[in-house]
Every structure is written in structure tokens, then in C-alpha cells.
Design a protein around this ligand. Structure first.
Ligand code: FES
Length: 120
């Protein structure tokens, strides 16, 4: 398994704390940006906007636990420094962290608190 974590560093995510998220990830993993952990499982770097600005800040984790043919590109949004560390801990335990917004007050990309409309 090899997970490559990318923190979005573009303005909306930066304003909402992406630097603190990256600092927490790097400290927890014990690496510098783009270095690989000693066990070869994780690295952390920065990417530009990944299209989830509405739920900034966000990270993506490329999960190769199903091999290079079955990898997934997983987004974790509205993330705090504590939540991204917990996401890494869950991945190390072989668990699948919940995808999408990490804010329990938000459904998908609707406004916090649930005031949203479904157009059919
Ligand atoms: S600015 Fe981070 S997803 Fe767009």
C-alpha cells in the first residue's frame, strides 16, 4: 500500500487553514514535504486547486491499497489538522475514512446547517 497525500494550497483552502493541515500531516508523518515515510507508506505534498473550494480546506489521498490498477483518489474536505491526522491513523489501521466533507453540519457541498435545495 502506498498513500500519497496532497494538501490543496490554493487561495480558498489556504485562507481556511491548509498550511496548518500540511504542518500537522508532516509532523505526524515525521517527514518534510514530498518525502516518503520510513515504512514507505505515506508521503505528503501540495497540489493546486482540486475543485472542492466550497468545502475548503481539503486534502486528497491516493490509495494504492488495491494495487496500481485499482487505486482510488479520495477527497477529504472541510478538514481540520486533527482530522487529517486521524485519517492517516485510520488508513494505517486498514480502515476507510469517510469520504467528502468532514464537517458533520454539512451535507455534500451544501451550506453548513443543511439549508439547501434539490433541483430535479
Ligand atoms: S482551492 Fe482548494 S479545492 Fe479549490
Amino acid at each position: 500500500m502506498f498513500n500519497r497525500s496532497k494538501v490543496c494550497g490554493t487561495t480558498p483552502c489556504m485562507i481556511h487553514g491548509s498550511r496548518e493541515i500540511e504542518d500537522a500531516l508532516l509532523k505526524h508523518l515525521g517527514v518534510k514535504r514530498n518525502e516518503v515515510t520510513k515504512d514507505g507508506l505515506f508521503s505528503a505534498g501540495e497540489m493546486e486547486c482540486m475543485g472542492c473550494c466550497v468545502n475548503a480546506p481539503m486534502i486528497t489521498v491516493v490509495d494504492y491499497s488495491n494495487g496500481s490498477e485499482g487505486y482510488t483518489y479520495n477527497y477529504y474536505e472541510d478538514a481540520t489538522p486533527e482530522q487529517v491526522v486521524e485519517i492517516v491513523k485510520m488508513l494505517r489501521r486498514g480502515e476507510k475514512p469517510p469520504l467528502g466533507s468532514q464537517n458533520p453540519k454539512r451535507i455534500n457541498c451544501g451550506p453548513e446547517g443543511g439549508e439547501y435545495y434539490i433541483v430535479r
